[in-house]
Design a binder for this molecule. Structure first.
Ligand SMILES: [Zn+2]
Length: 329
């Protein structure tokens, strides 16, 4: 009996984590898997991220490969139920590991990996990842870091039979130093990576509040019908608005606090933004975001007091004027 239990337990630990991935069709030939709007945990297996795939006549193009080898392998099985086609390319939107740790699965299937310069700079083969620490060996399984085949330095247009993918690099640091977005003009779809968040707060730890607002404006200027963020379920033309509004309000309140000589020790008590307190991850991320934004904005000079009251829709104009004055720490 005891041996049976030991056998059952070891059998269970050998089983891959079951992600129960279900693709959602957002337009003809365009599908995404939506992760839970929460932090990484053993319970969710790192499935707190959105990944997408587009079917072309030649094969699939994947946008972000997800948190583990087995996530990517299960995503691939779902794709094969739609069409028995290979995965030709995987585009990584940025260097945070919830978005690309499925790369080695796709590489083993012959896909070409495309990603930002920051992947090459920050991702070192053999290093321990945040996901590895959080998930442990059993869920992390066969996940391995692999090198990219193509680095996108500015913009790249990828034509795969009947579909065109415009891969655009954000000019300034936004969510990270090297965010890529993928735009399909004829389908009016943008895969925005973590430049767009919904249904939970984002983290400014590697990013910039000014750059994020600017990138959100650039995405809105594309007038896409479908905007898929790296996290959260909203995908309509207004999917940028919630995050834009959060950052705009934070910017305004921090600048006001700076005018009133509020220091870094006090800032998180002044910019609480209680209207967001029920948003997922508010408790974990909000104060830290305020702190990071404060450090950036104390180096930022508004051109005139008139602009203090400007809402986010006017920021593009304001930022153009102020571009030279923006300095980041
Ligand atoms: Zn992410």
């Amino acid at each position: 009996m005891k041996n049976m239990i030991v056998l059952c337990v070891s059998f269970l630990t050998l089983q891959a984590y079951e992600y129960h991935l279900k693709p959602v069709e957002l337009a003809k030939d365009v599908y995404c898997f939506f992760g839970a709007p929460e932090n990484i945990s053993k319970e969710n297996g790192g499935n707190m991220v959105n990944t997408c795939f587009v079917q072309t006549k030649e094969g699939f193009v994947v946008i972000d490969s997800g948190p583990t080898f087995s996530y990517a392998s299960q995503a691939y099985n779902e794709m094969q139920k739609i069409a028995k086609l290979p995965v030709k390319y995987v585009i990584n939107t940025h260097d945070h590991d919830d978005h690309w740790l499925g790369n080695n699965f796709y590489k083993s299937k012959g896909a070409l990996l495309i990603g930002p310069r920051t992947y090459e700079q920050n991702v070192v083969t053999g290093m321990e990842t945040r996901m590895q620490r959080a998930l442990g060996k059993a869920i992390y399984g066969k996940t391995k870091i692999v090198e990219l085949d193509t680095i996108v330095d500015s913009n790249l247009t990828l034509k795969v039979s009947d579909k065109t993918f415009e891969i655009k690099q954000m000019v300034d640091k936004a969510h990270t130093e090297g965010d890529l977005i993928v735009y399909m003009a004829s389908e009016q779809i943008v895969f925005a990576g973590d430049v767009v968040f919904n249904d939970r707060l984002s983290s400014l730890r590697d990013g910039s509040i000014i750059g994020s607002l600017k990138a959100l404006d650039l995405i809105d200027d594309l007038h896409a019908k479908v905007i898929v963020g790296g996290h959260g379920y909203a995908t309509d033309a207004n999917a940028t608005q919630g995050f834009k509004s959060y950052l705009s309000k934070m910017k305004k309140q921090i600048l006001e606090a700076l005018e009133n000589d509020v220091g870094i020790d006090e800032i998180t008590k002044h910019v609480v933004m209680l209207e967001y307190k029920d948003m997922k991850l508010y408790d974990v991320l909000h104060s830290r975001n305020v702190f990071e934004a404060f450090r950036e904005l104390e180096m930022y000079e508004e051109e005139s007091t008139e602009e203090q009251g400007i809402e986010y829709i006017d920021f593009t104009k304001a930022l153009k004027k102020q571009k030279k004055k923006i300095r980041l720490l």
